[in-house]
Design a protein around this ligand. Structure first.
Ligand code: AMP
Ligand code: MG
Length: 350
């Protein structure tokens, strides 16, 4: 294992989802890929019935990894040559013709904004930049700085024109950040590549954004654990999943500390400030990983009031962990209780 891979795995340990050890195969073998992409560890596990399947499965797993790499090249905010970087150079009123895929993901993102009452918003970039500078310089922005950045944020300031597939920003200084949806989308795409190649059982894990194809070869569901956010060595819940995605966002994953206060990487687009609503984590189960990714971020902003948002999505369930004055509460959507409530559950204890 390379030095950098080990370092990144160290970071990934803080992510809230783990693929449970129970998935270990007893019969047959496994084709496994672990690669650093999209600033995280991307892992693909495909069980095989016999060694005769290994070579063809390896080709497919490599193709799925290539797909994640392609998506990173397209959507990374850090890569100067990415389409997103090009979009982020646009001035107010200047149109840019988009690839079909970028148009699709941005269109989906704007829809998530509308349905989550603005809690999920890819135009968050000016605020992400402001707060990331604050973390690096260890000095808080002024209220005016926050207001100035906030002026450049808002899904309503993005115009997508379907007819000529263009994007236009209404204001100067705007930019998009797909960090809260692109890994989920990448997990879906990698899963699609595997499926198209005939794979009926696999797990794709893009840094905690997990999609489970089918069931294990034994016929049992895949087991995915949600990490106990207050005792990361422990699993809070084990969830049986098949043909489903799960994603956890949380204030404990990535943050900076200043004067004893924690500033998480998720920002409330309504206030311009990092979330400080007591939400420790939000886990979302959906039939696709893009939706789970976007809604997990949105629920961190909205808290338990956001559970009503799930009503407009079919088959989406969620669990939120909230902390108030040292007391942790686990709140589950009705569907989550119904489908997953009886699973082995460890109560949160401090
Ligand atoms: P996630 O880990 O999926 O919750 O995504 C968090 C990342 O998305 C952050 O690191 C930011 O780049 C970006 N982000 C922060 N706040 C929001 C928000 N309210 N809506 C959309 N993206 C956000
Ligand atoms: Mg997300």
């Amino acid at each position: 294992m390379t030095h950098s891979l080990r370092a990144i795995i160290g970071i990934v340990i803080t992510i809230g989802l783990i693929v449970a050890a129970r998935n270990t195969l007893v019969h047959g073998g496994i084709v496994k890929r672990t690669v650093l992409l999209m600033g995280t560890v991307v892992e693909i596990d495909v069980p095989i019935k016999s060694e005769a399947d290994r070579a063809a499965t390896q080709v497919l797993a490599d193709r799925a990894i290539d797909e994640v790499r392609r998506i990173e090249d397209l959507f990374s905010v850090y890569k100067p040559g990415s389409e997103v970087s090009l979009i982020n150079t646009l001035k107010a009123g200047q149109p840019l013709k988009l690839s079909q895929e970028s148009f699709y993901l941005i269109e989906q993102s704007l829809e998530f904004s509308a349905k989550t009452l603005g809690a999920f918003d890819i135009t968050i970039k000016p605020l992400v930049d402001l707060w990331s500078r604050a973390g690096k310089t260890q000095s808080l922005p002024s209220e005016q700085d926050v207001r100035d950045a906030l002026d450049k944020v808002g899904a309503k300031n993005v115009v997508l024109n379907k007819a000529d597939r263009t994007i236009v920003f209404r204001r100067d200084g705007m930019g998009i950040d797909l960090g809260a949806i692109a890994k989920g989308y990448a997990a879906d795409r990698a899963a699609a590549i595997l499926r198209q190649g005939g794979i009926r059982s696999a797990i794709v894990n893009c840094g905690g954004h997990i999609y489970c194809i089918g069931k294990r070869l034994s016929g049992h569901s895949w087991m995915v654990g949600i990490r106990n956010p207050i005792d990361k060595g422990k699993t809070l819940l084990q969830l049986p999943l098949h043909d489903e995605a799960i994603d956890t966002s949380g204030d404990y994953e990535r943050f900076f500390m200043l004067d004893g206060k924690r500033y998480p990487h998720i920002i409330d687009p309504r206030s311009g400030y990092p979330i400080s609503n007591g939400i420790v984590s939000a886990s979302v189960i959906a039939d696709n990983s893009m939706t789970a990714d976007a809604l997990a971020t949105a629920l961190c902003v909205l808290g338990k009031d956001g559970l009503s948002v799930l009503g407009s999505y079919n088959g989406v369930d969620a669990m939120i962990i909230q902390e108030h004055a040292g007391v942790f509460t686990v709140i589950k959507s009705a569907g989550f209780k119904g489908k997953h409530g009886s699973e082995k559950e460890i109560e949160l204890k401090l």
